[in-house]
Design a binder for this molecule. Sequence first.
Ligand code: ATP
Ligand code: PAU
Ligand code: K
Length: 249
Amino acid sequence: MILELDCGNSFIKWRVISVDGAQRLLAGVVDSDAALFDSLAAAPELRVSRCRLVSVRSDAETEQLVARLRESLGVDAVCAQSASQVGVVHNGYEDFRRLGLDRWLAVLGAYHLGQRACLVVDLGTAVTADFVSASGMHLGGFICPGLPLMRDQLSTHTRRIRYDRQVALAALQELEPGRSTAEAVERGCVLMLRGFVAEQLLQAQARFPEGFEVFLTGGDAGLVQDVVPGAQVVPDLVFVGLAIACPLS
Ligand SMILES: Nc1ncnc2c1ncn2[C@@H]1O[C@H](COP(=O)(O)OP(=O)(O)OP(=O)(O)O)[C@@H](O)[C@H]1O
Ligand SMILES: CC(C)(CO)[C@@H](O)C(=O)NCCC(=O)O
Ligand SMILES: [K+]
């Protein structure tokens, strides 16, 4: 079995696949290293022989996780590394090492699946959009705060924006003008995300008149899905890229 990890800023997404990559056996989302090891310990008949991961955390945090994986599972995790090129896909950053590895893998995964120009939008703690041309040139992209950061900043920097989590979830049943603080903030922030995605779509239409594929990923992809009717929602997009960047021969 292969253990795959996508270590984001707030959550670790993990999954276990068969050695040939054909079957997805287990998957989960956890909010800490400790919770990851608890989930793995609770998994029945887990026999991990290989491990690969991508991390946008600090090198020290990533090294600590790799050491714990070695101790508890006896595997040496292969970590995705920055590259200026993988196959025909070229990293578009002035300094390719600066492009977030989750973005780079999502770009690799999207181009692999789409085989033509792509717009890739990842909606997590941060929201990112990346453009890839039909020939595989990454043209760069945009970064903005995601939903968790927008709502936290509003409550941190105001006195009276306060409401509880349960109310927040209920507020997103519709997007009419809010008639309570929870509705006004939650819907306002979702409309920011939707407006961002609509703008990226316009940019892609202008940049790729010959056509393009839109890929949405990240925990909040569902909130913007209907802004782009033809979009492919691929929750595992980073893992698709991880398999390309880190083949386990
Ligand atoms: N099952 C889930 N577990 C955790 N978050 C979820 C889940 N479903 C939806 N979400 C939402 O997804 C968002 C987090 O997205 P995601 O897990 O892609 O990002 P992340 O790991 O925090 O960040 P990064 O962008 O750094 O990878 C949060 O707004 C959260 O509310
Ligand atoms: C933008 C995030 C936080 C999204 O997870 C990550 O890709 C990252 O830390 N990137 C480094 C900065 C950059 O991509 O330019
Ligand atoms: K991510």
